[in-house]
Structures are given as structure tokens and as C-alpha cells.
Design a protein around this ligand. Structure first.
Ligand code: KIV
Ligand code: ZN
Length: 505
């Protein structure tokens, strides 16, 4: 909305070229190594996604890198296939051998790189850059030149080297913010100033050391950059590169720029790359994180159920993701009702109140309540005895490696208080023995079957206990309870079955 107010003051391009470097800078993510076959599979997905260029690796670096670049070039993808090369003939030759369409050549230009890494002067570096571009163009290949650490390079020298490579035939110059030191305003200034002196497209390559890679990339587009380097899931050296999914969705949604990207594939490719690289996305990662379209707070869920746009900037379908209503302590009645409806579970007011109360209680204890948890809780509540003849007043259990598990219960049986303490092989056994002892004198009810199931994984999973109890008259009843505490769930399930039998009598 507010973007409309500044659109006139910025000269937005019709489209932005996406140069994907997941397979090159993305693979430089510490701890990540992608096999040749995996590179091929990722390249095919990137091509389906619609990126313009795929930087497949650094052919001179290893046999595997060469093999991957060659094999991907052979497939005949729509995207241009690019190989990285230093401004060295041998590196360019390695890329040429792979039959790539495009070579991205680079050399450090900042005082730090000149003095400590390259041990070369400005002129020598400029000459090597020019020679490299000329050599690539002699092979009839698209040439992109990067002044590595451009954003810490003296502006006059940076301008001079870019003008020189343009004169040498470069098709595009790239401005790497190698250590992510830029902020959107400085990035905008730099691209705008460079643009005044260059005729070929300007590309940017922003690193995320201060979490500004996407913002800096967008600021560059506002200043006239035609191409952005990005990676799936923001992978890359150190804190990574600009995340492709975030850049693309911001360009489309906030700027209204048309792109070749098939955005519905974004979530899928993010998951795929995550599986292959072993780099999991944090749940709150924009666009592709597990929580990107999840709603928990009652007010938000209410809004989303009425009209999704109230709390969603884009639909999850747009990026192939799904909307999730999460149950927890912030959940409102509307969300729980809508979930129960979705599962076809009907409740009366009292039953709903009990389910609502249990969900809130679990949320207060820091538990994330899943759909399976809700179903189990609802089933326990719906299947509960209609009348509570035996009510639990108090319950305690003691257990440990040097004590015999002992449980004590205080029950209210139709107005009469009964207490009993019993031992057992474990706390659950002790608890059931204590209940049977307190009730048994008058009711003579025995446990026939006992089952327990963890609803979802983890030590804090909800436990669903299912029991069958019977008496000497042949009456049988089932009892069920779902709690985060196994002993409590067992006590409630047993009491539930006992109440059902007492009602039958
Ligand atoms: O970050 C960087 O400077 C690079 C270059 C190779 C372009 O990745
Ligand atoms: Zn980089």
C-alpha cells in the first residue's frame, strides 16, 4: 500500500533476473557438501522453478565440481549454466571444458584483499580482470565480472575496474557485498553511482552477516540493479546469501515486479534443499519456515478463519505451503471448534468446555498441542461416563530406585470418603491397586485390560490410556483418558470405567 507512495520516486524495472548460486556459494555453507547426483537433482528443480541462471560450482576446484558442471550443462536446461572462475586462464579453461553457457569470473579488489590475499597492486588486478573477461569472450561465452569485496573497495578504483571490464566485453558486472557490511541506503547509493558510469546490467551478491542481505538486494533493485544473486534457504558462506524465496516474494508482492519464477514450487524446493544439505530451516523462517503460515493466538485465528488476509500477507498456496492452526495457550474457542469440525467431532457445551480447558492447561505447561492430541482429548471427553459416582479427591504417588512404588488415593464414592494406599511394580500399577482397594470393598471391580499409547513423539508426548474393567456380574466397561502424565491418565481412565460399571448396576 505505502509502496505506491514511493513508486514514482524509484525507477522500478519490468523484471529482475535471478542468478541462483545455491550450488556454488550455497554449497560453501560450513559443513555442506553436495554430491554430483544431488547437484544434478537440485539443478533440475531450480530450472523448473524458473531461475534465469544456475551457478553450478567452481569447476577448477575439483574433479567432482567439473563433473557436476559438465553433466548439468549436458542436460539442456532452460536456465543458463554458469561456472565460477578466478581471473586465471586455467580456471576459465576448466569452466570452458564443462561446456557452460556463462562464466562468472572474480578477483578481490579491496585494500584488504589486495594486500593480504593477492599481494598485488591495483593495476595488476585490473589488467588480470580485463584479460580474463577478454579470454572468456574469445570463447563466445557470457561473461560476468565480480569485484570481490566490492563494498570495501575505494569507489574510484571500483568504478575504474568495472568500466575496464565493460570495455573488455563483459556482459554484466556483479557487486558482491562479500562480508555483508552494507545497509540498504549505502547499497542504493553504490548501485546508483555505478549505474551512472556503466551500460551493461548490474548484479548484486549480498551476504547476510547482519541479516540485511535481502533488504540490500531489494535496495539495489530500487537503485537500478537488473540482477540478484540468491540461494535457496539463504544458504552460503557464514550467515549465508540473500534468500531466493524471500527476494522473489518481496519483488512480486511488495514491488509488483513480474518474474519468471513459478512461486508455487518454492516451499517444495526449500524442503528438498534442506534435506540434501542437512541445513534445517528455523520454524520462523520467512516464506518457507514451518510457522510461516501458522496461527495460534485466538484473535489471529479468528481473523484468519473469517478472512485469511487479516493476518497473512500472501496465501500459503502461492508458495506451495499450507496454513496451520496451532493449538496452545493462546488458542481461542473458535479455533478449537473449527478443528473439531474439521475432524467431524461434535460436542455439547459441557464437553467442549472440558476440551477447551484441557488444551489451555497443556498450553500453559508449554506443550504444543497437535491435531492428534486434540482428537485423543476429544475422544476421552466424549466417551466419559455420564455420571461420576466415584470422584477423585486426592492422589499422590511415590517412586524411585530405592523405594517401592506406593500410591495413595482419596475418593468420594457417592458422598462417602474412602482412602487407600497400595504398592505396585511401578507407579501406574500402585495407583490402579490403590483405586481398586478403595472402591473394591463395595464394588469388586477388576482391571481386565490396559493399553497406553503416546500420541506424538517426545518425552512430553500426550499419553492416551485405555482400560477395560469388569465386575463379577459380567458387567464390562471401557475407560479412556489423555494426559501428559501417564499415571494421571491411568487413574482417570480407571475411574471412568468404574463409573460406567456402577451406572450399569
Ligand atoms: O561473496 C563473494 O564475494 C563471492 C564472490 C565469488 C562473488 O561469492
Ligand atoms: Zn559470496
Amino acid at each position: 500500500m505505502y509502496i505506491e507512495k514511493i513508486k514514482e520516486s524509484i525507477n522500478l524495472p519490468e523484471t529482475v533476473i535471478i542468478f541462483d548460486t545455491t550450488l556454488r556459494d550455497g554449497e560453501q555453507t560450513p559443513g555442506v557438501a553436495i554430491t554430483v547426483d544431488e547437484k544434478i537433482r537440485i539443478a533440475k528443480r531450480l530450472d523448473e522453478l524458473g531461475v534465469d541462471t544456475i551457478e553450478v560450482g567452481f569447476p577448477a576446484a575439483s574433479g567432482g565440481e567439473m563433473e557436476a558442471a559438465r553433466k548439468i550443462s549436458e542436460i539442456g536446461l532452460k536456465a543458463q549454466i554458469c561456472g565460477l572462475a578466478r581471473v586465471i586462464k586455467a580456471d576459465i579453461d576448466a569452466a570452458v571444458k564443462c561446456d557452460v553457457d556463462y562464466i562468472h569470473t572474480f578477483v578481490g579488489t579491496s585494500p584488504l584483499h589486495r594486500k593480504f590475499k593477492l599481494k598485488m597492486g591495483k593495476e595488476e588486478i585490473l589488467n588480470k580482470a580485463v584479460e580474463a573477461v577478454e579470454y572468456i569472450k574469445d570463447h563466445g561465452i557470457v561473461a560476468e565480472f565480480s569485484a570481490e569485496d566490492a563494498t570495501r573497495t575505494e569507489f574510484d578504483y571500483l568504478k575504474e575496474i568495472y568500466i575496464a571490464v565493460e570495455d573488455a566485453g563483459a556482459d554484466c558486472i556483479n557487486v558482491p557485498d562479500t562480508v555483508g557490511v552494507m545497509i540498504p541506503t549505502s547499497m542504493k547509493w553504490l548501485v546508483r553511482e555505478l549505474k551512472k558510469h556503466l551500460n551493461i546490467p548490474i548484479s548484486v551478491h549480498c551476504h547476510d552477516d547482519f541479516g540485511l542481505a535481502v533488504a540490500n538486494s531489494l535496495a539495489s533493485v530500487e537503485a537500478g540493479a537488473e540482477q540478484i544473486h540468491a540461494t535457496i534457504n539463504g544458504l552460503g558462506e557464514r550467515a549465508g546469501n540473500a534468500s531466493l524465496e524471500e527476494v522473489v516474494m518481496a519483488l512480486i508482492t511488495s514491488y509488483g515486479i513480474k518474474m519468471n519464477i513459478n512461486t508455487v514450487l518454492l516451499f517444495n524446493i526449500s524442503e528438498f534443499v534442506s534435506r540434501i544439505t542437512g541445513i534445517k530451516m528455523p520454524p520462523n523462517k520467512a516464506i518457507v519456515g514451518e510457522n510461516a503460515f501458522a496461527h495460534e493466538a485466538g484473535i489471529h485465528v479468528h481473523g484468519v478463519l473469517e478472512k485469511a488476509e487479516t493476518y497473512e500477507p500472501i496465501t500459503p498456496e502461492m508458495v506451495g505451503h499450507t496454513r496451520r492452526i496451532v493449538l496452545g495457550k493462546h488458542t481461542g474457542a473458535k479455533a478449537i471448534k473449527s478443528k473439531l469440525n474439521e475432524y467431524g467431532i461434535e460436542t455439547n457445551e459441557e464437553q467442549f468446555g472440558e476440551i477447551f480447558h484441557q488444551i489451555k492447561n497443556l498450553g500453559d505447561k508449554g506443550k504444543k498441542v497437535t491435531g492428534a492430541d486434540l482428537k485423543a482429548i476429544a475422544e476421552s471427553v466424549l466417551g466419559k461416563a455420564k455420571k461420576e459416582i466415584v470422584k477423585l479427591e486426592e492422589f499422590s504417588v511415590m517412586t524411585g530406585n530405592h523405594v517401592m512404588p506406593t500410591a495413595t488415593v482419596k475418593l468420594n464414592i457417592d458422598g462417602v470418603i474412602k482412602t487407600a494406599s497400595k504398592t505396585g511394580v511401578g507407579p501406574v500399577d500402585a495407583a490402579i491397586n490403590a483405586i481398586q482397594s478403595a472402591v473394591g470393598v463395595t464394588a469388586d471391580i477388576e482391571l481386565k485390560e490396559y493399553h497406553i499409547e503416546a500420541i506424538t513423539g517426545g518425552t512430553n508426548a500426550l499419553a492416551e490410556v485405555f482400560v477395560i474393567m469388569g465386575d463379577k456380574n459380567g458387567n464390562r466397561a471401557t475407560g479412556r483418558s489423555t494426559r501428559e502424565d501417564i499415571v494421571m491418565a491411568s487413574v482417570e481412565a480407571v475411574l471412568d470405567a468404574i463409573n460406567k460399571i456402577l451406572i450399569l448396576r
